[in-house]
Design a binder for this molecule. Sequence first.
Ligand SMILES: NCc1[nH]cc(CCC(=O)O)c1CC(=O)O
Length: 311
Amino acid sequence: MTDKPIRIATRKSPLAMWQAEFVQKALEQAHPGLVVELVPMVTKGDVILDTPLAKVGGKGLFVKELEVAMLEGRADIAVHSMKDVPVDFPEGLGLVTICEREDPRDAFVSNHYLSIDELPAGAIVGTSSLRRQCQLRAQRPDLVIKDLRGNVNTRLRKLDEGEYDAIILACAGLMRLKMEDRIRAAIAPEVSLPAVGQGAVGIECRLDDQRVRGLLESLNHSETATRVLCERAMNNRLQGGCQVPIGSYSELQGDQIWLRALVGEPNGSKIVCGEVTGPAADAEKLGTQLADQLLADGAKEILDKLYGNAS
Ligand SMILES: NCc1[nH]cc(CCC(=O)O)c1CC(=O)O
């Protein structure tokens, strides 16, 4: 019945490989006898390394090749960092499983300083994320933000070579790669609101593949899924991509969900922030509601300007 192997399309970066192997092991454990194979591939986002992602443009630079492989039947599932998964999916594909979330916070990483507060005026901080840049600039306009691309290992190497006084990464990636000793401080969500879905791994597959969908069911973590779908509904309404500083974070408290989100100018000169709380059963509705609230409070002007729709 379940003899056909399941093939996982994955990027080749160490973090992507870790995540694919994590899903491979979880599937093999849940379904003894099932064979799960990895199909490593290179995506456009892995090739273009010299330009900030926000300038390369286009959503889903890291997922398109994986999706084509599934549509062409060369792979059955793709494992993604949820924060890299675009709002929309190609016809026939969809996200069916969200695994348990790792620490969603941003990480302050430095060889000389223990926290953002310790950084002297003029210190050079590496990040290419407009979201991280916006929030840092708003709090510390005296810092110098310098672009930093590449996978987690590349970014750490550039820090060690002395190009930066500190860099900002995601705690989750460092923890998965067993490099948590690099985290000088986990940055509180109030200081750096994480990216939508940060710290969670999601699985995409062909929606008509009932066998694979059934096999994936036990890997879904419903609390994480509720939180991530709430954050994504907010982002969806804003049509957020990587060209826009958008942060978001949610938590479950019993049967209630609390969601915070922000939209900012890349230079931190303006940040529109809001919160909403309500029944977890309405998670996606609440996400959309918060997005509408942000748009009414000034996020629309920021987004129009960034997307070049200004009248
Ligand atoms: N954009 C790259 C990316 N995608 C997911 C993670 C970290 C792991 C996660 O959020 O699940 C990272 C690296 C980083 O931001 O430090």
